[in-house]
Ligand binder design. Structure first.
Ligand SMILES: Nc1ncnc2c1ncn2[C@@H]1O[C@H](COP(=O)(O)OP(=O)(O)OP(=O)(O)O)[C@@H](O)[C@H]1O
Ligand SMILES: [Mg+2]
Length: 237
């Protein structure tokens, strides 16, 4: 198969995982139930900065973050998705927008807020990662970052933060201090319990509020769920 052919297939596959008019009914329904469960697991007020993370790479964090954002906006909420993966950002590519100017350009004062916000066709607003800095953890932990997120929280009903994996770099843990709650993505058949435990322990040590778990790639023995399965478990206690 030619390189060109492979690329085309990958692009088509990624499109399939985003909620759109062509998305299978079951996918949209799965995200609706994630949305409902999330809304129920949030404390009543001032709790709308949601961080999406996982223990390892390629578990479906970014797609879950994007689809959750789109699903919340379909419910009538004003939603902004922020790509806080300043190492391997994928939100811009997934949503077909430019990667810069973005978050880092805003934080370093190179661009104004309105210049880094993209109004996406899906109905959500999106801030891509921007130029990649040499010190992502410091940037994400900075006072400027906190100020930016707090500002967004005043103008949107939900601020969804896409992040790198917890067991690989400290960015998601650092960012959890700015978030009202954290959703953990677990990829069925790939993530070992040990990995999830490590990530949860690390987040708890930082006093993160873990809202629950989303399982991607789950085998629900149903036609669509085989391929696009999402389940959501609320944490106990
Ligand atoms: N529910 C799912 N079922 C099957 N494949 C999925 C699912 N969600 C995502 N994928 C696929 O897994 C790959 C990784 O997805 P994604 O980029 O969202 O993961 P990630 O956890 O954000 O990765 P990274 O650690 O690189 O940021 C993509 O190719 C995507 O198409
Ligand atoms: Mg990602």
């Amino acid at each position: 198969m030619s390189m060109f052919g492979r690329r085309k297939i990958k692009k088509a596959a990624e499109k399939e995982f985003l909620i759109s008019k062509e998305a299978p009914f079951a996918v949209e329904e799965a995200y609706k139930s994630l949305r409902t469960n999330l809304i129920f697991s949030l404390p009543e007020e001032n709790c709308k900065i949601i961080e999406v993370t996982s223990s390892l790479q390629k578990e479906g964090k970014s797609i879950t973050a994007a689809n959750l954002a789109i699903s919340l906006s379909k419910n009538g909420s004003r939603v902004i998705l922020v790509d806080c993966d300043l190492r391997l950002p994928t939100i811009a590519r997934k949503l077909r927008i430019e990667q810069k100017p973005g978050l880092t350009n805003l934080l370093f004062g190179m661009n104004k807020m309105h210049e880094v916000i993209n109004h996406h066709v899906s109905g959500i607003d999106v801030i891509p990662a921007g130029d990649l800095p040499p010190n992502p953890s410091e940037v994400l932990g900075s006072q400027n970052m906190k100020t930016a997120i707090d500002h967004l929280a005043q103008h949107y009903d939900y601020v969804i933060l896409d992040t790198p994996p917890v067991n690989v770099v400290s960015d998601a843990v650092i960012l959890s201090k700015h978030a009202s709650g954290v959703i953990m993505v677990v990829r069925s058949g790939k993530t070992a319990l040990e990995n999830v435990k490590d990530a949860v322990d690390t987040l708890k040590l930082a006093n993160a509020n873990i809202l629950g778990f989303v399982m991607t790639d789950a085998d629900e023995k149903k036609q669509y769920y085989d391929k696009y399965g999402y389940t959501y478990k609320q944490k106990k206690g």
